[in-house]
Design a binder for this molecule. Sequence first.
Ligand code: SAM
Length: 246
Amino acid sequence: MSNGSYDLRSEWAELAPYWIAESRAGGDVSRKGMLDAYVLAACGNVEGLSILDCGCGEGRFGRMLAGRGAHRVLGVDTCEPMIQAARELQSDNEEYVVGDVQDLHFLADESFDLAVSYLNHCDLPDFAANVREVFRVLKAGGRFVIANLHPMRSATGAWYRGPGGEKLHVHLDRYFDEGPRQFVMKACRITNFHRTLSTYIRGFLNAGFIVADIIEPTVEPKALEMYPELDDELRVPNFIIYVLKK
Ligand SMILES: C[S@@+](CC[C@H](N)C(=O)[O-])C[C@H]1O[C@@H](n2cnc3c(N)ncnc32)[C@H](O)[C@@H]1O
């Protein structure tokens, strides 16, 4: 198994065309049926703010922030095809650059009001480096909103199914065994990194952040009517959102 940065970039470059096509068709169900509303609520009023989007992908969430009145959105992503796609749709208030969010040396200290990481920490070999860098580039009082896979679900596990294929319960194993986990998304192999809840929280505190809130999203009844496949979200915590304050 390889977890070098070159291989991680190749994985995302291979997945990018499928990812971009899905996003242009409206985005994945977990985001549009549940997570978007929670992450936007955690960001609060973004009018006039200067915002950093870490691991911005093809710019879907950056466009949402710009559409809600952000003064400036800078999206950073290692994957060139994602950044090219983001630039195709960018408004005057958005900018997208190729870069590694674990090393933001090209950004000035205390230059952003808000930073966002929308399902990117699970992709990073060194999430703590990103947290330290975001702490540096945020202004005093600035916030960092992080949506991530829930540690209960990034550990080894899957649905245990009954004879008819019905979901009975989820296995949870190797929770304390941190490190890379590989899975297949749209026929592409992708490497994610599992860490325990306490490792994440310690990384936030060690960087100097205050943990202002922790949110475990679940699906609202109206969204469930539109997207019945989100019924999992009523049963297990697939995602978690941290709101940090400098
Ligand atoms: C799960 S996608 C999320 C994209 C976007 N935030 C969204 O929600 O649509 C993860 C993104 O992180 C990017 N990524 C992975 N490692 C990175 C790194 N070290 N620095 C910056 N971006 C990275 C990938 O290229 C990919 O676009």
